[in-house]
Design a protein around this ligand. Sequence first.
Ligand code: ATP
Length: 259
Amino acid sequence: MLEVDNLGKRYPGADRMALHDVSFTVDQGQIVGLIGKNGAGKTTMLKILAKAQRPTCGMVRYNRQDLFAHPGMLDDFGIMIAPVFYPHLSAVRNLEFYLDVHGKSACRRNIRPVLELVELWDNRDRKPAGFSFGMKQRMALAIALVADPKFMLLDEPFVGLDPDGILELVDVLGRWARERSVTMIVSSHQLKELDSLCDRYLYMENGTLADQFDGKQPEVTVIALRRPIDDPGSLSVRFPDVSVSDARAMHVEIASDIP
Ligand code: ATP
């Protein structure tokens, strides 16, 4: 569905690449976590996918077509990178205005279900200027969801939220994605926040894709043994989450639900 090939980005005047030689693919229906420390290049990556920045080199294909060679390629996209709502229009007017500007007035029927989903329906006639931080985040998410996107790009949607707010938003996103088979790339600097949401992770470091791995994989710690174990098989029988590869290294699965 999305193919990113050897993508690079150097901002004008910068002495180093903000992105360097990044390649990955995303299949339909996948929820991909884009993780990395501050400055790793996550926002730059998402801005390029949202066509808010042009890459210096490399190629992005969406459904096999060059993202930058055709207009209207973002029609399927729901984007939450920087807030795009008007603080002095009511929540409902913001969504109506967004849909009208994007030629998607037919999606006005989504306004109520989306505002209910993000729990802003009771505040629909209030202006976001007077919203709390969490409400503003949910307003931005409502805008990203309202036009029935097939592909969503969400940059740090949980930043600034308290733990309950994070759980609520993860739940909203997960339900929405599963019910509608929406593909998502969600960035965060904390893997833990994305834990129950993502199928796959892309880990960025200094502008490069340093690692990619599947979600919900058990964490394994490898312990080097000073002395070889006589009967490694018996250990695995007694402790199923422990395996001994060569009598000198013990692999221990760490359960994620240890309180
Ligand atoms: P954060 O979590 O802090 O938002 P990030 O992983 O999203 O970080 P980016 O914002 O993509 O990282 O930044 C990657 C690099 O590009 C950084 O070195 C940053 O200073 C630089 N950079 C980002 N935007 C610009 C810009 N508009 N002009 C010049 N350099 C920029």
